[in-house]
Design a protein around this ligand. Structure first.
Ligand code: GDP
Length: 359
């Protein structure tokens, strides 16, 4: 299975850079020359500076309107770069990584997603975006809400990662981001590494593509791990990866259409009856009643690891909080603007013209 990772903006390119470290084909796109230079693993010829004619390589300062313009203006150059990376082999999935709350990623990702969908109609385009922290204030929340709306009409799935959920209290923000970025890449990379591995009950590319082809709804990843000698109940561990403590987004799992689960561990720990007990329970719980599964017994392993992908999610508290806050703010803002306008007109009405005073 072939996946290409395209990072957009600072958050997105940092995540793509880690994908590059673990040998994925990755491209970095940004309006900030400095941020592109700061990357460590993506080769120089796969770093694309956009919007130079607008912001001179200095970034868009969290303004998604500029981010969108930068991507639109340099789209022919970006697509040429992507074409040369793709070559003549098919791409199963383009993953676009970005931060929902900024400018380059929030503004540019929907533009690029649309162009990719048009040029590569047989490939999936999946957005992987980090949701802003509550303490960042209102602007990132608005950027996120508008970008969610735009992307949901274009991409196949939006894998949303809630920074609020993953940041530990008291943790320094840049350290938290770094840790979260590694966690995102590890989860997605370990899932992709298990696709098309030969074996009896394994996952193949068509399973993953089926699960991610979900009409622009939300998806998220989950994870649970334990020392094989300490696992009292494997079915409990599996269920945990689907519950809110294991997922990277607050969701109502009952609202999901599809699930995909990969279970990896020493053969004696992967007890079939416990696996089926958990998967039957979970299949019943989700609305779409379909969970694809892969078992990967590995005698070298000491830990049992469960990686989950839940998709076709229509109810998420993380997303609702953002959209409701942004809407409320927008309504209040428009109301304040209108009232201000009325007050201004009232105050200024009745004033004569210059000609009336100075005949
Ligand atoms: P852009 O360069 O204009 O697209 O903006 P950024 O990517 O810097 O920031 C966008 C948003 O992403 C911020 O509001 C943060 O919530 C989030 N963010 C920034 N950097 C990181 C990061 O490295 N990891 C994660 N998980 N989130 C980040």
């Amino acid at each position: 299975m072939r996946a290409i990772i395209i990072g957009i903006g600072q958050c997105g390119t940092k995540i793509a850079d880690i994908f590059s470290l673990v040998d994925f084909e990755a491209l970095a796109i940004n309006t900030s020359k400095g941020d592109l230079e700061y990357l460590k693993h993506i080769p120089q010829d796969r770093r694309v500076l956009i919007g130079e004619s607008i912001v001179g390589g200095k970034g868009v300062n969290a303004n998604p309107v500029l981010g969108r313009e930068a991507m639109k203006r340099d789209l022919p150059m970006v697509m040429r770069k992507i074409r040369s990376l793709v070559g003549y082999e098919d791409v199963d999935i383009f993953f676009l990584t970005f931060g929902f709350g900024g400018g380059t990623g929030a503004g540019g990702t929907p533009v690029l997603a649309e162009a990719l969908k048009e040029e590569y109609p047989d490939s999936l385009v999946v957005a992987i975006g980090a949701l802003p922290l509550k303490e960042e204030g209102i602007r990132p929340t608005i950027n996120a809400a508008i970008t969610i709306d735009k992307l949901s009409k274009i991409v196949d799935s939006i894998i949303a990662i809630d920074n609020n959920k993953l940041k530990e209290s008291g943790e320094d923000i840049s350290q938290a981001y770094e840790r979260i970025n590694y966690a995102i890449v590890e989860r997605i990379a370990s899932l992709l590494a298990l696709i098309d591995v030969p074996g009896e009950q394994t996952l193949d590319a068509s399973d993953l593509k089926f699960v991610l082809r979900a009409m622009g709804s939300f998806a998220t990843v989950g994870y649970a791990k334990a020392d094989a000698s300490k696992v009292k109940s494997l079915s409990r561990l599996i269920v945990r990866s689907f519950e809110n403590e294991g997922l990277y987004l607050d969701v109502n799992i009952e609202s999901a259409l599809y699930g995909l689960v990969a279970i990896h561990g020493p053969p004696e720990a992967l007890k079939a009856n416990e696996i089926f007990e958990a998967l039957n329970e979970l299949t019943e719980r989700i609305r779409g009643k379909q969970i694809f599964r892969g078992f990967y017994p590995d005698p070298r392993e000491r830990e049992v690891e469960v990686v989950t992908l839940l998709s076709g999610i229509y109810e998420s508290k993380s997303i609702e909080d953002i959209v409701v806050t942004a809407k409320r703010y927008a309504q209040e803002f428009m109301k304040a603007k209108e009232e201000g306008e009325i007050k201004k007109r009232q105050l200024l009405s009745g004033l004569p013209d210059f000609d009336d005073i100075y005949p």
